[in-house]
Design a binder for this molecule. Structure first.
Ligand code: PLP
Length: 371
């Protein structure tokens, strides 16, 4: 029986050839392919933004915070339900994450909860488009304008997501993407940042590479600290081969997600994910009330595994991790994030899956959800 992972990259001849060409070219680190990938991403996002490639989504987020001068003494509002990187980058620059609960269905930041969390130290809001589901930024833009806050979008899971009539990444805010192999397109490891602010882009270019700035004559200056966050041309070549396939990948993900919604059993212990226009279906995350079924998540996952299905967990609520408990957080602080964290299960979803694969997962779920 073929085992179905919860995610699998779609790589074919175009990717193999693109990588082989870079390897043979004599230039494998940051160079012409990175520049071409940045231009291709900017075009994909509608042409109104500049894009900088990074070696990970985490680096892009860290650089964005630094370029916005966020550091010690500052607070950044982040959702309690996200991958832990969303909060870790805030700590990394010396600021404090201020957690806020999420909407129980979309898993995205709840704007009313954000408004209530804004305090004198708040400098930024870092919304996440969870699993590719677009977050409506309008209420957050209102809050940001009223309180002079920066919005840095964590769109690690949202390349190809559309928000109204624009792609996520076209807002003009600093918007950070990830191209980790689980994402809708991959550069193995990699990320990118889109912004409409040329001054911010210039600073980010320095921060991305040792703080170095070159002048027209080739002279080098180092006006501020910078890290080592650049993408290689090998990765960019992969990205250039993947990007033209992105919209087809998303269309296929959507078709499979619709099939899941049709075929999964209706059961009071199962909550299926919300669908909204523009969703890019990076993941298919359900909630299962394991206690109601008199079981546990590990036991449920083992039973799925025996049926050849490798589910994932995205994610435990961030504030329940030991690192964040040390800042005084704990169970009970953010009930929606905690319930999702305890009940979430990521079912297989990737473009090369078949309808029969979806039906196999749904049959296994029906087995484990007795009426
Ligand atoms: C919401 C979120 N933020 C940030 C990241 C970090 O991205 P990367 O793994 O490319 O560093 C991820 C990666 O999964 C993510 O899901």
């Amino acid at each position: 029986m073929e085992r179905l992972p919860f995610a699998r990259p779609t790589l074919g001849e175009a990717e193999q050839q693109a990588v082989a060409e870079v390897l043979a070219s004599g230039w494998i680190t940051t160079g012409p392919r990175v520049a071409a990938f940045e231009r291709a991403l900017a075009d994909y996002l509608g042409g109104g933004v500049q894009v900088l490639a990074f070696n990970s989504g985490t680096s892009a987020l860290e650089a964005a915070l630094l370029a916005c001068d966020i550091g010690p003494g500052d607070e950044v509002i982040v959702p309690a339900m996200s991958f832990v990187a969303t909060a870790n980058v805030v700590l990394r620059v010396g600021a404090r994450p201020r957690f806020v609960d999420v909407d129980p269905l979309s898993r995205n930041l709840d704007a009313a909860a954000v408004a209530a969390a804004i305090g004198p130290r708040t400098r930024a809001i870092m919304p996440v488009h969870f699993a590719g589901l677009p977050l409506d930024l309008a209420p957050l833009h209102d809050l940001a304008a009223r309180h002079a806050l920066v919005i840095i979008e964590d769109a690690a899971q949202a390349i190809g997501t559309r928000c109204g009539d624009r792609p996520v990444g076209a807002s003009g805010n600093p918007v950070c993407f990830s191209f980790h192999p689980n994402k809708n397109i991959t550069t193995i490891e990699g990320g990118a940042l889109a912004t409409s602010d040329p001054r911010l882009a210039r600073r980010l270019t320095r921060i991305r590479f040792h703080g170095i700035e070159k002048d027209a004559e080739g002279g080098v200056a180092v006006p501020e600290w910078g890290g080592k966050m650049n993408l290689s041309d090998v990765s960019a070549a992969l990205g250039l081969a993947q990007l033209p396939r992105l919209d087809d990948f998303i269309a296929r993900r959507r078709t499979l997600a619709v099939h899941y919604a049709e075929m999964l059993p209706r059961h009071p212990a199962l909550l299926t994910p919300l669908d909204v226009p523009g969703h890019s279906w990076h993941m298919y995350c359900v909630c299962v009330d394991f206690a109601r079924l008199d079981t546990t998540r590990p036991a449920f996952m083992r039973a799925l595994e025996q049926r050849g299905i490798l589910a994932g967990i995205h994610y435990p609520a961030i504030h329940t991790f030991g690192l964040y408990r040390r800042f005084g957080h704990g169970p009970g602080d953010f009930p929606h994030a905690e319930r999702i964290g305890e009940q979430t299960l990521t079912l297989p979803l990737f473009p090369t899956m078949t309808y029969a694969d979806v039906e196999r997962v749904c049959a296994a779920m029906a087995d484990l959800l007795p009426v």
